[in-house]
Design a protein around this ligand. Sequence first.
Ligand SMILES: *[C@@H]1O[C@H](CO)[C@@H](O)[C@H](O)[C@H]1NC(C)=O
Ligand SMILES: *[C@@H]1O[C@H](CO)[C@@H](O)[C@H](O)[C@H]1NC(C)=O
Length: 272
Amino acid sequence: MGLASIVIACIFLLILHSTLSFSNEESDSEIYIVHLEFPDDGVSASSEELESWYHSFLSGCKAGSSDRDPRMVYTYKNVLQGFAARLSPDDLKVIQEYGGFVHARPQRKLALHTTHSPGFLGLHQDFGFWKDSNYGEGVIIGVIDGGIDIGHPSFSDEGMSPPPAKWKGKCEFNYTACNNKVIGARTFTMGTGTPIDKYGHGSHTASTVAGNFVPGANFFGQGNGTAAGVAPRAHLAICKVCSAVACSESDVLKAMDIAIDDGVDVISLSME
Ligand SMILES: *[C@@H]1O[C@H](CO)[C@@H](O)[C@H](O)[C@H]1NC(C)=O
Ligand SMILES: *[C@@H]1O[C@H](CO)[C@@H](O)[C@H](O)[C@H]1NC(C)=O
């Protein structure tokens, strides 16, 4: 089960992240989402038919016209029948009179709240896809990055089962520091003999991938919610290869090499 789902979910999270960052920069509040229902049997309408029909709403109801109108922002066909367009209140009145009009509303502005990403993806804590995939339970994810702030609540092992029997990794913190969440931590950087994350990026990526559930996480009251990684029940094997500014390729390759021997199932890399 789970592995492919987890990888896909991580990719979604990245896409979501960039999409939201992008849309956040726009400040036009006059974009409306217009829902339509193609007359009779919209199911059999081709993409081209739908497209020109959508455009006809903006071009004075010239049915069949495919003229480009600068007010059109996006047309949709899978998630919904309809389009997004910049509309004035007068435009809206006209459009509402057309056959097939269902509903129009101004688009919402989505803010970035990482605590809500699983919710945004439709992952519910108590039922559905997330629960059915056991939140990544039993999977070992190797995070090759800048180490880990092991005392952070995202890396608590509450509710975690012990590491799978195949696990052969090491904890280069003292023997009490690792737990059933962070089952291994090694360092491959020259000079620093500890997997401690001094700069935050390693902990950020590790908690995004497999941070445990942390209820009531907030930033001065903002974005309050239950924070969790995409695979909150997966184990973490930390490989520190990065300093403040750089990760050297030879360290990364060595870390990958060792992770495979240790029994890591999925390797997470966030560098270029
Ligand atoms: C073990 O390592 C952890 C994490 O670095 C640290 O907080 C703790 O004080 C250490 N304990 C001992 C006995 O050295
Ligand atoms: C966050 O939400 C929880 C649950 O609704 C609530 O108990 C807590 O007081 C909230 N914390 C803040 C800082 O708003």
